[in-house]
Design a protein around this ligand. Structure first.
Ligand code: TTP
Ligand code: MG
Length: 387
């Protein structure tokens, strides 16, 4: 049976929510995130994009390009609530919904012809309901697979619908840059460029063996994607791949001691999120960005998956202690990946660990009732006071 996948992606999501809730902001260049001088832009309204402002741009640059912009902090709680409502709308159209982030999801609508005239009609109806119930706009891509659906949703932004039919795949992909292929970042694009492959059409016609030789196993995948083939299913049992938290400091941090205090505050947040979703992870990654913007990441993988603050902290602080601190640190991050579901961290008759688990349980209960910031342990308190 011909598969039909819809990818829905909200338009300038955070900024649109703020413009919806604050009518005086409509028509204005609104920039979310990077309200301090040192952060980065999370998103910009389409009015602000005309000035060349875009997500991930340092806020200092955004202010230079768009001094009249309205800069607002991100209200993640609010956006999550809106996101939940969007997911509920999706759920009315298909049981196979795979959210990718707060503002986008795949829906598998294969075989729903009995209920709707066409997959495109489903996309139209979803957009109508998002507009009517949430007063927001979304863009949708409708295609035979995930790769093409995501590509399509981006082609008629904002507030658009784009359909890619099987017979149009080749002509649509032919002249697109290779960077539009799933998973192709700067490095892979450069590798392909050296092979004389700059468009998707060229990759489609390349010898797969050559691609594998230069790009490893992803070479096969790239060749398939370039030919518009993507068999990956929409996976409703969606699970985050990693859980992490990072912080850009108001002032660079110079001492290991202070860094460890900040580390503990981050670990508390990550541990809490893991436990709330009943996840454990084996790989712990620390990211450090220095004053010069040099950025390093170091990972360590545990034998047994963990979700207790103490365990994660132990590993993370070992990593941090081994980093040579010959300049200040402006950003610190902790991520746990290699996630598995189910219960809590297995305690191997380690008394310390059992005690830690009991403490975590008590702390989590309070957080569940009174919010994440209701309770933090001594170390994190110091970190918060510094902010
Ligand atoms: P996107 O869908 O990438 O962007 P967008 O919805 O703002 O704009 P577009 O119309 O182009 O889809 O991201 C969704 C939200 O995720 C965005 O509103 C803010 C957040 N976000 C970040 O916080 N940091 C980032 O680097 C990116 C790309 C997004
Ligand atoms: Mg979006």
């Amino acid at each position: 049976m011909q598969r039909w996948i819809i990818h829905v992606d909200m338009d300038a999501f955070f900024a649109s929510v703020e413009q919806r809730d604050n009518p005086e902001l409509r028509g204005c260049p609104v920039i979310i995130g990077g309200t301090g001088m040192r952060g980065v832009v999370a998103t910009a309204s389409y009015e602000a994009r005309k000035f060349g402002v875009h997500s991930a741009m340092p806020s200092i640059e955004a202010r230079r390009r768009c001094p009249q912009g309205v800069f607002l902090p991100a209200d993640h709680k609010k956006y999550s609530r809106v996101s939940q409502k969007i997911l509920q709308i999706f759920a009315d159209f298909s049981p196979l919904v795979e959210p990718l982030s707060l503002d986008e999801a795949f829906l598998d609508v294969t075989g729903m012809e009995g209920l709707y005239a066409s997959p495109v009609e489903i996309a139209v109806k979803i957009k109508e309901r998002i507009k009517a119930e949430l007063n927001l706009t979304a863009s949708a891509g409708v295609a035979p697979n995930k790769f093409l659906a995501k590509l399509a949703s981006d082609m008629k932004k904002p507030d658009g619908i784009m359909v890619i039919r099987t017979e149009e795949i080749e002509s649509i992909l032919a002249n697109m840059p290779v960077s539009r292929l799933w998973g192709v970042g700067k490095t892979t694009a450069e590798t392909l460029g050296k092979l004389g492959l700059s468009t998707i059409g060229q990759v489609a016609k390349a010898d797969p063996a050559l691609l594998v030789k230069h790009c490893g196993q992803t070479g096969y995948l790239l060749h398939q994607l370039a030919n518009g083939q993507d068999e990956r299913p929409v996976e409703p049992e969606w699970q985050p791949k990693s859980i992490g938290k990072e912080n850009t400091f108001a002032q660079d941090i110079g001492s290991l001691e202070e860094l460890k205090t900040e580390l503990w505050a981050l670990v508390e947040k990550v541990g809490w999120r893991l436990r709330r979703q009943q996840l454990c992870g084996r790989t712990i990654t620390v990211k450090i960005r220095f004053a010069s913007f040099r950025t390093i990441t170091r990972s360590r993988t545990l034998a047994v998956a963990a979700n207790l603050d103490e365990t994660i902290y132990q590993v993370a602080q070992e990593i941090v202690s081994q980093v040579v601190l010959n300049e200040g640190v402006r950003l610190l991050g902790v991520t746990v990946s290699g996630l598995t579901t189910g219960g809590g961290q297995i305690s191997l008759f380690d008394e310390g660990e059992e005690k830690a688990a009991a403490v975590a349980k008590a702390v989590d209960k309070v957080k569940e009732r009174f919010g994440e910031n209701a309770l933090t342990r001594g170390r994190a308190m110091q970190a918060r006071q510094r902010q």
